[in-house]
Ligand binder design. Structure first.
Ligand code: KG4
Ligand code: ZN
Length: 345
């Protein structure tokens, strides 16, 4: 059976075709049309523009995926679409298209939770998903949370951000440094040539529990940049600040993720979401986990940021486990991971 995956929850239009024969899923197509250039000049995602761009991009992207993979509609067994959480208008484009295409072609349609798709994404990599239970550090532009995963659909949030998400903090700090959008990858690029020790940035809430707070870090960056001791017009100074920001965010995330695994007595850790593409975070968490006897599993880089392969993959896992999908549902801007089966308010 081939699953068509569709993702339009934010600013990437994505389409994937996933085939599974036996144990391992195989990607026949995995396309992402990024809207980064469109939103860059506004310094962030403009929801209305995102929706319009999805309308324009999604139908030809599906055609392209089918053509490249040489797949016909008669071979598709399921259409899987991100139903939430995300930008309402953007979600509605994907859901409406998927609903229409599924109905016309007589294929069952399955709604997928965006965060569940992210946290199961390592299953697409060679190594595969670790055994349950595992702890997932889920870090994206809109979410930062530590989740205990006891099985498919069995998620317990152990801690989360009380204000900004880690990706949001990267993006806001990048704006202070005068970089474009999205800021995370830009800060990561600059940090490669920077010296993190030049700025002593705080590690917010490091000692306290499993929740996170990142809005104070952005303020600390702002004050450090105003400090007369540094000339922020100097390129090296900005590179050093980028490295300090990356280290502050990466340290807090890594220390708390390993703390969560130790507290729960769980030996497997998954790092997922857009910020999981950050190399410092991957390396720091890997080293910390290893020294605690915990195995870290991370998705391939292209499956950390938003994509449709993870949507088709989550649908495949749910089908394989013979889990039921709701018959009546709508796109949902807000949708708690812990109440995943509750599709309607
Ligand atoms: O998961 P994602 O693609 O979209 C959401 O669901 O939010 O995550 C996007 C976030 C953005 O904030 C972006 O700046 C951040 O992930 N990001 C990174 C890197 N690549 C993407 N942050 C730090 N380092 C990176 N290499
Ligand atoms: Zn995402």
């Amino acid at each position: 059976m081939i699953i068509l995956g569709i993702e339009t929850s934010c600013d990437e239009t994505a389409v994937a075709l996933l085939e599974h024969d036996g144990e391992k899923p195989r990607l026949l197509a995995d396309l992402v049309a990024s809207q980064v250039d469109l939103h860059a000049r506004f310094g962030g995602v403009v929801p209305e523009l995102a929706s319009r761009e999805h309308v324009r991009t999604l139908p030809p992207l599906v055609d392209q995926a089918m053509a490249e993979a040489g797949v016909r509609w008669s071979e598709i067994g399921r259409v899987a679409v991100t139903a939430g959480p995300g930008l309402m208008g953007a979600l509605l484009v994907g859901v409406s298209y998927a609903r229409g295409a599924a109905a016309v072609n007589g294929v069952p349609l399955v709604p997928i939770h965006h965060l569940e798709a992210h946290l199961l994404a390592p299953g697409l990599a060679e190594e595969g998903l670790p055994p349950f239970p595992f702890i997932c550090l889920l870090v994206s532009g809109g979410h930062t949370m530590l989740v205990r995963v006891d099985g498919l659909g069995r998620y317990r949030v152990l801690g989360q951000t009380v204000d900004d998400a880690a990706g949001e903090c990267f993006d806001k700090c990048a704006r202070l440094l005068g970089c474009g959008y999205p800021g995370g990858p830009q800060i990561a690029r600059m940090a490669q040539d920077g010296d993190a020790s030049r700025f002593a940035l705080p590690r917010p809430m490091l000692k306290r529990g499993l929740d996170f707070s990142f809005s104070g870090l952005k303020t600390a960056v702002m004050y450090a940049m105003k400090d007369g001791d540094f000339d922020m017009s100097e390129r090296q100074c900005r590179l050093d600040m980028a490295a300090a920001i990356e280290a502050a965010i990466g340290d807090v995330l890594s220390i708390k993720a390993v703390r969560a695994a130790r507290q729960q007595g769980v030996r497997h850790l998954v790092l997922a979401g857009g910020v999981a593409a950050n190399r410092y975070l991957r390396e720091r968490l890997h080293a910390l986990a290893q020294s605690s006897g915990i195995r870290l599993v991370v998705p391939d880089l292209r499956h950390c940021t938003d994509n449709a392969a993870m949507v088709a993959h989550a649908a495949w896992l749910r089908c394989q486990a013979r889990m039921r999908f709701p018959s009546a549902w709508d796109a949902r801007a807000r949708w708690e991971l812990e109440h995943l089966e509750r599709m309607q308010d």
